[in-house]
Write a protein that binds this ligand. Structure first.
Ligand code: HEC
Ligand code: HEC
Length: 383
């Protein structure tokens, strides 16, 4: 190659590299130019309309609901809560949601398990609790250690033997899931996920879970159209009558209403129902008072046929075993309820005949609400 040739080839090399640079730089410059044209402001957050207030349906004979004034129920808040209740990302390994231990078919209690098993395969020491009519409860858990529903709902997430996940991790995983942007936005008018908002949404959903359409409710509303059978009626009468020692000559009562009475079939309080001579701590862990040892939250007996096994530790598998306990095996513990103590001292228990027990169980069956467990509003959302 002569000198001219060399210069020419160098020139064409320069042209080529310039062309390559132009190709890279031109779009870049264009982008930067268009950027610089726009004012420097953050992306505009999506605007969400005011959520729609949730209308509470009152049920005949039920007391008015006790709803939190600082967390008004809205359709969008309740819907978000339902999604979170069924959301497996709420647990450390994405394997469990609240609904894993609270199944609608069993009135939101666990299936036939005595103790529920958490994500690490470790079983707790308490039987899962049914969830309905919670608007009328003031304390939560068998021993009452959660002072409100909003506080309670964040506990199972963090509990090492339940869902075992920190709140920041929960917030991160939920924030990353696309569908929750719209759900949080609609409920709270901002897409930001916070533990407080998770708690508020779960509280809203759980407060709407109401059961009040059992055969017994229909009987109360129209006894002529929906009568109880003779056995059910006799069971109801025993349930509602106070215990009287045989020496009084008064008709025998089973005394259940003292703790499971009223239209909700529960009294909002803690009692010792004679399970053990040396009972577990129970409500004492909240009050610190020895006079509350062995006292546990009185369950509602609505839907009781769906929530076996029974008692805080699930020790009884059947209602027959429960009735046998009250009838003959009450333990004389220090805080045994005074009503049951009278029966215990006089006859070792309520001393119910097998017919009495059968009739009480027949009556308890009338408290099962099949429209509750098939209510689409409580089912897993289809997304
Ligand atoms: C691993 C099983 C398990 C999971 C998961 C679970 N729970 Fe529970 N839940 C229980 C058990 C067991 C109890 C009773 C515990 C106790 O009293 O110590 C309970 C009690 C409750 C109560 C108290 C009810 C009452 O009447 O006092 C509420 C409310 C509740 N759970 C809601 C939830 C929510 C909301 C979630 C999801 C964030 C959840 N649970 C996840 C097992 C579970
Ligand atoms: C002094 C109050 C009291 C009386 C009277 C009483 N109960 Fe209870 N009952 C309780 C308490 C408290 C619990 C929960 C105890 C626990 O788990 O430690 C309970 C639990 C139950 C359970 C199991 C609930 C569940 O969710 O596992 C059934 C069923 C039951 N009682 C039926 C009856 C019947 C039927 C009668 C009448 C024969 C009766 N009770 C009388 C206080 C009482």
């Amino acid at each position: 190659m002569n000198l001219h040739g060399l210069i020419l080839s160098q020139e064409s090399n320069i042209h080529q590299s310039q062309r390559i640079w132009m190709r890279i730089l031109a779009p870049l410059c264009f982008t930067m130019l268009t950027w610089s044209c726009q004012p420097d402001k953050p992306p505009v957050p999506k605007e969400y309309p005011e959520p729609t207030p949730y209308t509470w349906t009152t049920r005949p004979f039920f007391p008015p609901p006790i709803l939190p004034s600082d967390n008004p129920l809205t359709l969008q808040g309740v819907e978000l809560g339902r999604h979170l209740f069924y959301e497996k990302k709420m647990s450390g390994d994405n394997s469990q949601s609240c609904a894993s231990c609270h199944r609608l078919n069993y009135a939101f209690s666990d299936s036939l398990q005595r103790y529920s098993t958490g994500i690490d395969g470790i079983a707790g020491t308490r039987n899962s609790m049914a969830l309905f009519n919670l608007t009328w409860h003031t304390r939560f858990f068998w021993d009452g250690r959660a002072p409100g529903l909003r506080q309670q709902v964040l506990m199972p997430i963090q509990d090492p033997i339940e869902m075992h996940q920190t709140l920041p991790e929960t917030v991160r995983k939920i924030s990353e899931t696309t569908k929750y942007k719209a759900l949080f936005g609609s409920a709270f008018r901002s897409e930001e996920v916070t533990p407080d908002r998770i708690a508020r949404a779960l509280e809203q959903f759980l407060l709407t879970v109401v059961s009040g359409d059992s055969r017994f409710d229909r009987f109360r509303q129209n006894p002529v159209a929906n009568p109880l059978s003779a056995s059910e009626q006799r069971g109801f009468d025993l349930f509602m009558r106070e215990y009287s020692a045989p020496s009084t000559g008064r008709p025998r009562g089973a005394d259940c209403f003292h703790c499971h009475g009223g239209h909700l079939f529960r009294v909002d309080a803690f009692f010792d129902n004679g399970l053990d001579e040396q009972p577990a701590t129970g409500y004492e862990s909240v009050t610190g008072s020895a006079s509350d040892r062995g006292k546990f939250k009185a369950s509602s007996l609505r839907n009781i046929t769906l929530t076996a096994p029974y008692m805080h530790d699930g020790r009884f598998s059947t209602l027959e075993e429960v009735l046998e306990h009250y009838s003959h095996h009450l333990k004389n513990s220090p805080n045994l309820d005074p009503n049951l103590r009278v029966a215990n001292q006089s006859e070792g228990g309520l001393n119910l005949s097998s017919q009495d027990k059968q009739d009480i169980i027949a009556f308890l069956h009338t408290l099962t609400d099949s429209s509750f467990i098939s209510n689409p509003a409580y089912k897993m959302p289809l997304d």
